[in-house]
Design a protein around this ligand. Structure first.
Ligand code: CP
Length: 313
């Protein structure tokens, strides 16, 4: 078991105070505007990426983040190329990786796997997505994006659309936004893919948030400040027929934006399947590719903070 009580992990957004999140966002902005000032701050440090599930953005943005900080990287993107394929446990894998690297990022299909790893780790563990549970660094990316494009995270009308049942990016973001005095949440999903009741109860009990549940984008589009689209999570379905029936529940096309606010922003954690038409990419309100880019800067900020390296003034 880890005996270093000062060791910090990021397993869920609640591991960070709002002040710490705000500090990370400010540092992410600074790195974004002057990345050259940070190009050596992690010299001699090694980041391990342990991906038991596929990824494009999270894995590569962490890797480029560490490389841009002057550090090095190692890891796997297919657990079958490691001794996991011989039956090695998460506990043993992380004990060994603690000796080979200074910080580790883990994605796993099972909820709680990064938490388990953190209990045996001698280095900081960052949850890069565990099943349908949490994705805290996507939340940090999303908050930096909202802060930059809307000027403030507070007092926005935020609509989540798509697979609210299995979408871990939504589960992490909605819990965090409730800590920021969000004006109103609008939940747009098929009835089979609504936000889990336990999470709704938790939000209602802890925070007095306004939650409106609807079945179409069109009926609420005019009041939205931030529209957060998500794909239907094929890999979490138990049967193909249900996925096929629900996969095209929502397609955001240009005509659906006719009544939207001019300064609304359209976000998506990506990957996109077909829930946003390609024509929408040209709309100035579509910020999802910029969002993916901002993920690099907030992850650079996070790595420096968890490693406790010296930063330029
Ligand atoms: N947003 C996100 O987690 O993307 P990847 O699955 O490509 O990492």
């Amino acid at each position: 078991m880890n005996r270093n009580l000062s060791l910090r992990h990021l397993i869920e957004p609640e591991d960070l105070t709002i002040q710490e999140i705000n500090d990370l966002i400010e540092l992410g902005k600074k790195i974004h505007s002057s990345p050259e000032n940070y190009s050596h701050v992690c010299s001699g440090k090694i980041l391990a990426t342990l991906f038991y599930e596929p990824s494009t953005r999270t894995k590569f943005s962490f890797e480029t983040a560490m490389l841009r900080l002057g550090g090095n990287i190692l890891g796997f993107s297919d657990a079958n190329t490691s001794s996991v394929s011989k039956g090695e446990s998460i506990a043993d894998t992380i004990r060994v990786m603690s000796a080979y690297s200074h910080i580790a990022v883990m994605r796993h299909p099972k909820e709680g796997a990064p938490k388990l790893a953190s209990l045996y780790s001698e280095i900081p563990i960052i949850n890069a997505g565990d099943g349908g549970h949490q994705h805290p660094t996507q939340t940090l990316t999303d908050l930096l994006t909202i802060s930059l494009y809307k000027g403030s995270i507070q007092n926005q009308v935020v609509a989540f659309c798509g697979d609210l049942k299995f979408g871990r990016t939504i589960h992490s973001l909605i819990r965090t936004l409730t800590r920021y005095n969000t004006k109103k949440f609008i939940l747009i999903s098929p009835k089979e893919l609504t936000l889990p009741q336990a999470l709704k109860n938790q939000l209602a009990k802890k925070y007095s948030v306004e939650l409106l549940e609807v079945r179409t984008i069109e009926e609420v589009i005019q009041e939205i400040d931030v529209l957060y689209m998500t794909r239907i999570q094929k890999e979490r379905f138990f049967n193909e027929a249900d996925y096929t029936r629900l996969k095209n529940s929502f397609v955001l096309s240009q005509d659906k934006l006719n009544n939207a606010k001019k300064d609304m922003i359209i976000m998506h954690p990506l990957p996109r399947v077909n829930e946003i038409s390609y024509e929408v990419d040209q709309d100035s309100r579509a910020v999802y590719f910029q969002q993916a880019k901002l993920g690099v800067y907030i992850r650079m900020a996070l790595i420096t903070k968890l490693l406790g390296v010296n930063l330029p003034c």
